[in-house]
Write a protein that binds this ligand. Structure first.
Ligand code: EPU
Length: 418
Protein backbone atom coordinates (compact mmCIF):
# COMPACT_ATOMS: atom_id res chain seq x y z
CA UNK A 1 0.00 0.00 0.00
CA UNK A 2 1.22 3.47 -0.82
CA UNK A 3 0.51 6.86 0.66
CA UNK A 4 1.27 10.45 -0.29
CA UNK A 5 3.33 12.52 2.11
CA UNK A 6 2.82 16.23 1.61
CA UNK A 7 4.83 19.04 3.20
CA UNK A 8 2.42 21.93 2.80
CA UNK A 9 2.67 25.67 2.75
CA UNK A 10 4.62 26.29 -0.46
CA UNK A 11 3.35 28.38 -3.37
CA UNK A 12 3.05 26.66 -6.75
CA UNK A 13 4.89 28.04 -9.75
CA UNK A 14 5.51 26.76 -13.27
CA UNK A 15 3.69 24.97 -16.07
CA UNK A 16 1.87 21.64 -16.11
CA UNK A 17 0.54 19.66 -19.05
CA UNK A 18 -2.98 18.36 -18.69
CA UNK A 19 -3.56 14.75 -19.81
CA UNK A 20 -6.37 13.39 -21.96
CA UNK A 21 -9.85 13.45 -20.43
CA UNK A 22 -10.64 10.45 -18.23
CA UNK A 23 -14.37 10.58 -18.81
CA UNK A 24 -13.91 10.85 -22.59
CA UNK A 25 -11.28 8.09 -22.76
CA UNK A 26 -13.35 5.66 -20.70
CA UNK A 27 -16.18 6.01 -23.22
CA UNK A 28 -14.05 6.12 -26.37
CA UNK A 29 -12.19 2.89 -25.52
CA UNK A 30 -15.43 0.84 -25.26
CA UNK A 31 -16.74 2.67 -28.36
CA UNK A 32 -13.70 1.41 -30.27
CA UNK A 33 -15.09 -2.14 -30.10
CA UNK A 34 -17.86 -1.03 -32.46
CA UNK A 35 -15.43 -1.12 -35.41
CA UNK A 36 -16.05 -4.25 -37.47
CA UNK A 37 -13.14 -3.42 -39.79
CA UNK A 38 -9.78 -1.73 -39.35
CA UNK A 39 -8.06 -0.75 -36.12
CA UNK A 40 -8.46 2.39 -34.01
CA UNK A 41 -5.38 4.37 -33.11
CA UNK A 42 -6.32 6.51 -30.13
CA UNK A 43 -3.95 9.16 -28.84
CA UNK A 44 -3.84 11.34 -25.67
CA UNK A 45 -5.13 8.55 -23.43
CA UNK A 46 -4.51 9.30 -19.74
CA UNK A 47 -2.31 6.87 -17.82
CA UNK A 48 -4.85 5.98 -15.12
CA UNK A 49 -6.15 2.80 -13.53
CA UNK A 50 -9.66 3.14 -15.04
CA UNK A 51 -8.10 3.02 -18.52
CA UNK A 52 -5.91 0.01 -17.65
CA UNK A 53 -8.99 -1.70 -16.23
CA UNK A 54 -10.96 -1.12 -19.46
CA UNK A 55 -8.08 -2.38 -21.57
CA UNK A 56 -8.03 -5.62 -19.57
CA UNK A 57 -11.80 -5.95 -20.07
CA UNK A 58 -11.47 -5.46 -23.84
CA UNK A 59 -8.71 -8.08 -23.96
CA UNK A 60 -10.96 -10.49 -22.06
CA UNK A 61 -13.52 -10.02 -24.86
CA UNK A 62 -10.94 -10.96 -27.50
CA UNK A 63 -9.76 -7.50 -28.63
CA UNK A 64 -6.06 -6.91 -29.28
CA UNK A 65 -4.56 -3.79 -27.71
CA UNK A 66 -1.08 -2.36 -28.22
CA UNK A 67 -0.21 0.39 -25.77
CA UNK A 68 2.62 2.86 -26.39
CA UNK A 69 2.99 5.90 -24.11
CA UNK A 70 -0.30 7.81 -24.39
CA UNK A 71 -1.58 5.91 -27.43
CA UNK A 72 -3.41 2.66 -27.88
CA UNK A 73 -4.09 0.69 -31.03
CA UNK A 74 -7.31 -1.29 -30.57
CA UNK A 75 -8.21 -4.12 -32.91
CA UNK A 76 -11.76 -5.26 -32.22
CA UNK A 77 -12.25 -7.21 -35.46
CA UNK A 78 -11.28 -10.38 -33.61
CA UNK A 79 -13.75 -10.01 -30.70
CA UNK A 80 -14.92 -13.41 -29.46
CA UNK A 81 -17.30 -12.63 -26.61
CA UNK A 82 -20.12 -10.27 -25.63
CA UNK A 83 -20.03 -11.42 -22.02
CA UNK A 84 -18.30 -8.88 -19.76
CA UNK A 85 -18.58 -10.23 -16.25
CA UNK A 86 -15.23 -9.86 -14.49
CA UNK A 87 -13.93 -8.15 -11.36
CA UNK A 88 -12.64 -5.31 -13.54
CA UNK A 89 -16.16 -4.65 -14.89
CA UNK A 90 -17.54 -4.43 -11.35
CA UNK A 91 -14.76 -2.07 -10.23
CA UNK A 92 -15.49 0.86 -12.51
CA UNK A 93 -18.42 2.95 -13.62
CA UNK A 94 -17.67 3.37 -17.30
CA UNK A 95 -17.80 -0.38 -17.98
CA UNK A 96 -21.51 0.30 -18.64
CA UNK A 97 -20.52 1.77 -22.01
CA UNK A 98 -19.82 -1.80 -23.12
CA UNK A 99 -23.58 -2.37 -23.06
CA UNK A 100 -24.34 0.30 -25.67
CA UNK A 101 -21.26 -0.53 -27.74
CA UNK A 102 -21.90 -4.32 -27.90
CA UNK A 103 -25.65 -3.88 -28.33
CA UNK A 104 -24.93 -1.62 -31.33
CA UNK A 105 -22.49 -3.95 -33.02
CA UNK A 106 -23.63 -7.45 -31.99
CA UNK A 107 -27.24 -6.72 -30.94
CA UNK A 108 -26.55 -8.38 -27.62
CA UNK A 109 -24.43 -7.97 -24.49
CA UNK A 110 -24.10 -9.22 -20.96
CA UNK A 111 -22.33 -6.77 -18.68
CA UNK A 112 -22.01 -6.96 -14.92
CA UNK A 113 -23.54 -3.94 -13.14
CA UNK A 114 -20.91 -1.21 -12.79
CA UNK A 115 -19.12 0.05 -9.67
CA UNK A 116 -17.23 3.37 -9.39
CA UNK A 117 -17.09 6.07 -6.73
CA UNK A 118 -19.60 5.83 -3.91
CA UNK A 119 -21.20 9.26 -4.24
CA UNK A 120 -24.90 8.43 -4.00
CA UNK A 121 -27.44 6.27 -5.78
CA UNK A 122 -26.28 5.71 -9.35
CA UNK A 123 -29.24 4.27 -11.26
CA UNK A 124 -29.08 3.30 -14.95
CA UNK A 125 -32.81 3.49 -15.64
CA UNK A 126 -32.31 6.13 -18.35
CA UNK A 127 -29.78 3.92 -20.16
CA UNK A 128 -32.30 1.06 -20.05
CA UNK A 129 -35.15 3.30 -21.19
CA UNK A 130 -33.06 4.30 -24.23
CA UNK A 131 -32.06 0.74 -25.15
CA UNK A 132 -35.67 -0.44 -24.86
CA UNK A 133 -36.88 2.45 -27.04
CA UNK A 134 -34.44 1.25 -29.73
CA UNK A 135 -36.07 -2.20 -29.58
CA UNK A 136 -33.81 -4.10 -27.17
CA UNK A 137 -35.04 -6.43 -24.47
CA UNK A 138 -33.26 -5.60 -21.21
CA UNK A 139 -33.09 -7.86 -18.17
CA UNK A 140 -31.08 -7.65 -14.97
CA UNK A 141 -30.01 -11.20 -14.06
CA UNK A 142 -27.55 -12.30 -11.37
CA UNK A 143 -26.15 -8.77 -11.10
CA UNK A 144 -25.61 -8.35 -14.83
CA UNK A 145 -27.40 -6.29 -17.48
CA UNK A 146 -28.45 -8.58 -20.34
CA UNK A 147 -29.57 -6.85 -23.54
CA UNK A 148 -30.69 -8.42 -26.80
CA UNK A 149 -32.42 -7.20 -29.94
CA UNK A 150 -33.49 -8.76 -33.24
CA UNK A 151 -32.66 -5.39 -34.70
CA UNK A 152 -32.33 -1.85 -33.38
CA UNK A 153 -34.63 0.79 -34.85
CA UNK A 154 -34.18 4.55 -34.39
CA UNK A 155 -36.58 6.28 -31.98
CA UNK A 156 -37.35 9.61 -30.31
CA UNK A 157 -36.11 9.47 -26.71
CA UNK A 158 -36.61 12.21 -24.13
CA UNK A 159 -34.42 11.61 -21.07
CA UNK A 160 -36.06 12.29 -17.68
CA UNK A 161 -32.76 13.51 -16.21
CA UNK A 162 -29.70 14.99 -17.86
CA UNK A 163 -27.28 12.07 -17.74
CA UNK A 164 -23.80 11.90 -19.23
CA UNK A 165 -23.76 8.11 -19.10
CA UNK A 166 -27.22 7.57 -20.61
CA UNK A 167 -26.59 10.11 -23.38
CA UNK A 168 -23.34 8.42 -24.43
CA UNK A 169 -24.56 4.85 -23.98
CA UNK A 170 -27.74 5.27 -26.03
CA UNK A 171 -25.80 7.28 -28.64
CA UNK A 172 -23.43 4.30 -29.03
CA UNK A 173 -26.24 1.82 -29.67
CA UNK A 174 -28.19 4.22 -31.91
CA UNK A 175 -25.14 4.83 -34.14
CA UNK A 176 -25.70 1.31 -35.55
CA UNK A 177 -29.54 1.27 -35.42
CA UNK A 178 -31.75 1.39 -38.52
CA UNK A 179 -33.11 4.89 -39.24
CA UNK A 180 -32.96 8.05 -37.18
CA UNK A 181 -32.78 8.47 -33.43
CA UNK A 182 -33.44 11.80 -31.75
CA UNK A 183 -32.19 12.13 -28.19
CA UNK A 184 -33.61 15.06 -26.20
CA UNK A 185 -32.65 16.57 -22.84
CA UNK A 186 -29.15 15.16 -23.29
CA UNK A 187 -25.94 16.02 -21.46
CA UNK A 188 -23.74 18.64 -23.17
CA UNK A 189 -20.44 17.82 -21.44
CA UNK A 190 -17.27 18.15 -23.58
CA UNK A 191 -16.75 14.38 -23.35
CA UNK A 192 -20.21 13.75 -24.90
CA UNK A 193 -19.06 15.82 -27.89
CA UNK A 194 -15.73 14.00 -27.95
CA UNK A 195 -17.40 10.58 -28.11
CA UNK A 196 -19.73 11.79 -30.90
CA UNK A 197 -16.71 13.10 -32.84
CA UNK A 198 -14.94 9.77 -32.36
CA UNK A 199 -17.98 7.83 -33.62
CA UNK A 200 -18.29 10.18 -36.62
CA UNK A 201 -14.62 9.56 -37.43
CA UNK A 202 -15.50 5.83 -37.35
CA UNK A 203 -18.21 6.46 -39.96
CA UNK A 204 -21.24 7.30 -37.79
CA UNK A 205 -23.66 10.13 -38.58
CA UNK A 206 -24.28 12.09 -35.37
CA UNK A 207 -25.27 15.74 -35.26
CA UNK A 208 -26.00 18.13 -32.41
CA UNK A 209 -23.66 16.81 -29.70
CA UNK A 210 -22.95 19.74 -27.38
CA UNK A 211 -26.57 20.99 -27.65
CA UNK A 212 -29.49 19.43 -25.81
CA UNK A 213 -30.77 17.51 -28.85
CA UNK A 214 -28.68 14.87 -30.63
CA UNK A 215 -29.80 13.46 -34.00
CA UNK A 216 -28.29 10.14 -35.02
CA UNK A 217 -28.78 8.61 -38.45
CA UNK A 218 -27.87 4.96 -38.07
CA UNK A 219 -25.22 3.45 -40.35
CA UNK A 220 -24.64 -0.22 -41.21
CA UNK A 221 -21.12 -0.50 -39.84
CA UNK A 222 -18.26 1.43 -38.29
CA UNK A 223 -14.55 1.20 -39.01
CA UNK A 224 -11.37 1.87 -37.07
CA UNK A 225 -9.92 5.40 -37.18
CA UNK A 226 -7.21 7.70 -35.80
CA UNK A 227 -8.35 9.93 -32.97
CA UNK A 228 -6.99 12.08 -30.16
CA UNK A 229 -8.88 12.42 -26.85
CA UNK A 230 -9.67 15.98 -25.65
CA UNK A 231 -7.79 17.42 -22.65
CA UNK A 232 -9.20 16.68 -19.20
CA UNK A 233 -11.44 19.52 -18.05
CA UNK A 234 -11.57 18.14 -14.51
CA UNK A 235 -7.82 17.60 -14.11
CA UNK A 236 -7.29 21.15 -15.44
CA UNK A 237 -9.87 22.53 -13.01
CA UNK A 238 -8.19 20.69 -10.14
CA UNK A 239 -4.82 22.32 -10.94
CA UNK A 240 -6.44 25.75 -11.36
CA UNK A 241 -7.96 25.44 -7.90
CA UNK A 242 -4.70 24.17 -6.40
CA UNK A 243 -2.87 27.18 -7.83
CA UNK A 244 -5.49 29.54 -6.42
CA UNK A 245 -5.30 27.81 -3.03
CA UNK A 246 -1.51 27.68 -2.67
CA UNK A 247 -0.70 31.03 -4.25
CA UNK A 248 1.87 31.54 -6.98
CA UNK A 249 1.61 31.51 -10.77
CA UNK A 250 0.69 28.32 -12.61
CA UNK A 251 0.19 27.84 -16.34
CA UNK A 252 -2.12 24.95 -17.12
CA UNK A 253 -1.25 23.86 -20.63
CA UNK A 254 -2.85 21.67 -23.31
CA UNK A 255 -6.44 22.55 -22.43
CA UNK A 256 -9.56 24.02 -24.03
CA UNK A 257 -10.22 27.19 -21.95
CA UNK A 258 -13.90 27.28 -23.05
CA UNK A 259 -14.48 24.01 -21.12
CA UNK A 260 -13.30 25.71 -17.92
CA UNK A 261 -15.39 28.89 -18.01
CA UNK A 262 -17.46 28.11 -14.91
CA UNK A 263 -14.30 27.47 -12.85
CA UNK A 264 -12.50 30.50 -14.27
CA UNK A 265 -15.50 32.69 -13.35
CA UNK A 266 -15.53 31.42 -9.74
CA UNK A 267 -11.80 31.95 -9.25
CA UNK A 268 -12.06 35.50 -10.60
CA UNK A 269 -15.04 36.11 -8.28
CA UNK A 270 -12.80 34.96 -5.40
CA UNK A 271 -10.11 37.48 -6.36
CA UNK A 272 -7.61 35.33 -8.29
CA UNK A 273 -6.23 36.45 -11.64
CA UNK A 274 -6.99 34.06 -14.49
CA UNK A 275 -5.35 34.65 -17.87
CA UNK A 276 -6.77 32.70 -20.81
CA UNK A 277 -4.74 31.89 -23.89
CA UNK A 278 -5.56 29.77 -26.92
CA UNK A 279 -4.77 26.43 -25.28
CA UNK A 280 -3.70 27.36 -21.76
CA UNK A 281 -4.87 29.15 -18.66
CA UNK A 282 -2.60 30.85 -16.14
CA UNK A 283 -3.80 31.28 -12.58
CA UNK A 284 -2.12 33.92 -10.43
CA UNK A 285 -3.04 34.09 -6.79
CA UNK A 286 -1.67 36.40 -4.13
CA UNK A 287 -2.99 36.55 -0.59
CA UNK A 288 -6.24 35.21 0.81
CA UNK A 289 -9.17 34.79 -1.58
CA UNK A 290 -12.81 35.67 -0.86
CA UNK A 291 -15.55 33.12 -0.07
CA UNK A 292 -18.07 32.30 -2.84
CA UNK A 293 -21.17 30.18 -3.28
CA UNK A 294 -21.04 27.26 -5.68
CA UNK A 295 -23.88 25.20 -7.17
CA UNK A 296 -22.95 22.16 -9.20
CA UNK A 297 -24.87 21.72 -12.44
CA UNK A 298 -24.62 19.82 -15.73
CA UNK A 299 -22.27 21.47 -18.26
CA UNK A 300 -21.83 24.39 -18.83
CA UNK A 301 -22.54 24.83 -15.11
CA UNK A 302 -19.97 24.27 -12.37
CA UNK A 303 -18.90 20.58 -12.61
CA UNK A 304 -19.73 18.29 -9.72
CA UNK A 305 -16.37 16.59 -10.29
CA UNK A 306 -14.58 19.80 -9.26
CA UNK A 307 -16.81 20.45 -6.25
CA UNK A 308 -14.61 18.50 -3.81
CA UNK A 309 -11.29 20.12 -4.87
CA UNK A 310 -13.09 23.50 -4.72
CA UNK A 311 -14.25 22.82 -1.18
CA UNK A 312 -10.60 22.46 -0.08
CA UNK A 313 -9.89 25.96 -1.42
CA UNK A 314 -13.03 27.39 0.21
CA UNK A 315 -11.82 26.09 3.61
CA UNK A 316 -9.24 28.89 3.70
CA UNK A 317 -11.22 31.61 1.89
CA UNK A 318 -12.22 34.72 3.80
CA UNK A 319 -15.87 34.47 4.89
CA UNK A 320 -18.65 31.92 4.49
CA UNK A 321 -19.12 29.84 1.34
CA UNK A 322 -22.10 27.64 0.60
CA UNK A 323 -21.84 24.71 -1.77
CA UNK A 324 -24.96 23.17 -3.23
CA UNK A 325 -24.37 19.75 -4.79
CA UNK A 326 -27.25 19.22 -7.19
CA UNK A 327 -25.98 16.15 -9.09
CA UNK A 328 -24.95 13.58 -6.45
CA UNK A 329 -26.68 13.07 -3.12
CA UNK A 330 -23.60 11.94 -1.21
CA UNK A 331 -20.53 13.82 -2.40
CA UNK A 332 -19.32 15.21 0.93
CA UNK A 333 -17.49 12.19 2.34
CA UNK A 334 -14.25 14.19 2.23
CA UNK A 335 -15.61 16.75 4.68
CA UNK A 336 -14.73 14.70 7.76
CA UNK A 337 -11.18 14.39 6.43
CA UNK A 338 -10.94 18.16 5.86
CA UNK A 339 -12.18 18.72 9.41
CA UNK A 340 -9.21 16.70 10.71
CA UNK A 341 -7.07 19.44 9.18
CA UNK A 342 -8.97 22.21 10.98
CA UNK A 343 -11.64 23.06 8.40
CA UNK A 344 -14.95 24.48 9.63
CA UNK A 345 -17.65 22.80 7.52
CA UNK A 346 -21.23 21.79 8.22
CA UNK A 347 -23.10 19.52 5.85
CA UNK A 348 -26.87 19.91 5.69
CA UNK A 349 -28.43 17.63 3.10
CA UNK A 350 -27.13 18.65 -0.31
CA UNK A 351 -25.41 21.79 1.07
CA UNK A 352 -22.06 22.35 2.73
CA UNK A 353 -21.56 25.53 4.71
CA UNK A 354 -17.89 26.42 4.91
CA UNK A 355 -16.61 29.11 7.25
CA UNK A 356 -13.14 29.98 6.06
CA UNK A 357 -10.28 29.51 8.55
CA UNK A 358 -6.93 31.27 8.29
CA UNK A 359 -4.99 28.02 7.95
CA UNK A 360 -5.29 24.23 7.72
CA UNK A 361 -2.86 21.98 9.59
CA UNK A 362 -1.32 18.75 8.33
CA UNK A 363 -2.99 15.47 9.37
CA UNK A 364 -3.32 11.81 8.44
CA UNK A 365 -6.29 11.59 6.09
CA UNK A 366 -7.71 9.34 3.39
CA UNK A 367 -9.15 9.65 -0.09
CA UNK A 368 -12.77 8.54 0.27
CA UNK A 369 -13.33 8.64 -3.51
CA UNK A 370 -11.57 9.94 -6.61
CA UNK A 371 -12.26 13.69 -6.44
CA UNK A 372 -12.20 13.59 -2.65
CA UNK A 373 -8.62 12.38 -3.05
CA UNK A 374 -7.78 15.42 -5.17
CA UNK A 375 -9.36 17.62 -2.50
CA UNK A 376 -7.11 16.04 0.15
CA UNK A 377 -4.02 16.62 -1.98
CA UNK A 378 -4.93 20.31 -2.32
CA UNK A 379 -5.67 20.53 1.41
CA UNK A 380 -2.29 18.93 2.16
CA UNK A 381 -0.53 21.43 -0.11
CA UNK A 382 -2.22 24.34 1.68
CA UNK A 383 -1.76 23.02 5.21
CA UNK A 384 0.94 23.97 7.65
CA UNK A 385 3.10 20.92 8.41
CA UNK A 386 3.01 17.37 7.09
CA UNK A 387 -0.04 15.46 5.81
CA UNK A 388 -0.35 11.82 4.88
CA UNK A 389 -2.98 10.79 2.35
CA UNK A 390 -4.04 7.14 2.28
CA UNK A 391 -6.27 5.06 -0.05
CA UNK A 392 -4.48 6.23 -3.17
CA UNK A 393 -6.22 3.65 -5.34
CA UNK A 394 -9.11 6.13 -5.60
CA UNK A 395 -6.83 8.92 -6.85
CA UNK A 396 -4.96 6.63 -9.25
CA UNK A 397 -8.22 5.67 -10.94
CA UNK A 398 -8.51 9.16 -12.42
CA UNK A 399 -5.43 11.40 -12.00
CA UNK A 400 -2.29 10.43 -13.94
CA UNK A 401 0.87 10.79 -11.80
CA UNK A 402 -0.67 13.44 -9.58
CA UNK A 403 2.36 13.79 -7.30
CA UNK A 404 4.78 14.12 -10.24
CA UNK A 405 2.70 16.89 -11.79
CA UNK A 406 2.55 18.80 -8.49
CA UNK A 407 6.30 18.34 -7.97
CA UNK A 408 6.91 20.09 -11.32
CA UNK A 409 5.18 23.08 -9.74
CA UNK A 410 7.48 23.03 -6.70
CA UNK A 411 5.23 21.07 -4.33
CA UNK A 412 6.84 18.85 -1.70
CA UNK A 413 4.87 15.67 -2.25
CA UNK A 414 6.11 12.09 -2.35
CA UNK A 415 4.58 8.68 -2.85
CA UNK A 416 5.96 6.23 -0.32
CA UNK A 417 5.25 2.64 0.70
CA UNK A 418 3.24 2.50 3.90
N1 EPU B 1 -29.23 9.38 -13.25
C1 EPU B 1 -30.46 8.75 -13.17
N2 EPU B 1 -30.69 7.69 -14.02
C2 EPU B 1 -29.78 7.26 -14.93
C3 EPU B 1 -28.53 7.91 -15.00
C4 EPU B 1 -28.29 8.97 -14.15
O1 EPU B 1 -31.30 9.12 -12.37
O2 EPU B 1 -30.07 6.31 -15.67
C5 EPU B 1 -28.96 10.52 -12.36
C6 EPU B 1 -27.80 10.23 -11.39
O3 EPU B 1 -28.24 9.58 -10.24
C7 EPU B 1 -27.27 11.63 -11.14
C8 EPU B 1 -27.52 12.37 -12.46
O4 EPU B 1 -28.51 11.61 -13.16
O5 EPU B 1 -28.00 12.24 -10.13
C9 EPU B 1 -26.31 12.53 -13.35
O6 EPU B 1 -25.71 11.26 -13.56
P1 EPU B 1 -24.87 10.93 -14.86
O7 EPU B 1 -25.51 9.78 -15.54
O8 EPU B 1 -24.62 12.18 -15.64
O9 EPU B 1 -23.51 10.42 -14.23
P2 EPU B 1 -22.58 9.26 -14.75
O10 EPU B 1 -22.67 9.18 -16.23
O11 EPU B 1 -22.79 8.04 -13.95
C10 EPU B 1 -20.53 10.79 -15.22
C11 EPU B 1 -19.10 10.82 -14.77
C12 EPU B 1 -19.05 11.29 -13.32
C13 EPU B 1 -19.71 12.66 -13.21
C14 EPU B 1 -21.14 12.61 -13.78
C15 EPU B 1 -21.79 13.97 -13.84
C16 EPU B 1 -18.10 9.06 -16.04
C17 EPU B 1 -17.51 7.71 -16.08
N3 EPU B 1 -18.54 9.50 -14.87
O12 EPU B 1 -21.17 9.84 -14.37
O13 EPU B 1 -17.67 11.41 -13.02
O14 EPU B 1 -19.78 13.05 -11.86
O15 EPU B 1 -21.09 12.08 -15.13
O16 EPU B 1 -21.05 14.87 -14.60
O17 EPU B 1 -18.15 9.75 -17.05
C18 EPU B 1 -15.76 11.43 -11.69
O18 EPU B 1 -15.09 11.54 -12.74
O19 EPU B 1 -15.25 11.58 -10.55
C19 EPU B 1 -17.18 11.11 -11.79
C20 EPU B 1 -17.89 10.64 -10.78
Amino acid sequence: MEKLVVHGGNPLNGTIEVSGAKNAAVAIIPAAIMASSGVSNIDNIPDIEDVRCLERILESLGCKIKRCNNSAVIDSTCMTSVDACTDDVRKMRASYYLIGAMLGRFKEAKVELPGGCSIGVRPIDQHIKGFEALGAEVKIEHGAVCVKAEKLVGANIFFDVVSVGATINVMLAAALAEGTTILENVAREPHVVDVANFLNTMGANIKGAGTDVIRITGVKELHGCDYSVIPDQIEAGTFMIAAAACGGRVKIDNIIPKHLESITAKLIEMGAEVIEDEDSITVVSKGRLKAVNVKTLPYPGFPTDVQQPMSALLCIAEGRSIINESIWECRYKHVDELKKMGADIKVEGRSAIIDGVSKLTGAVVKATDLRAGAAMVIAGLIAEGVSEIHNLDHIDRGYPKIEEKFRVLGAHIDRVEE
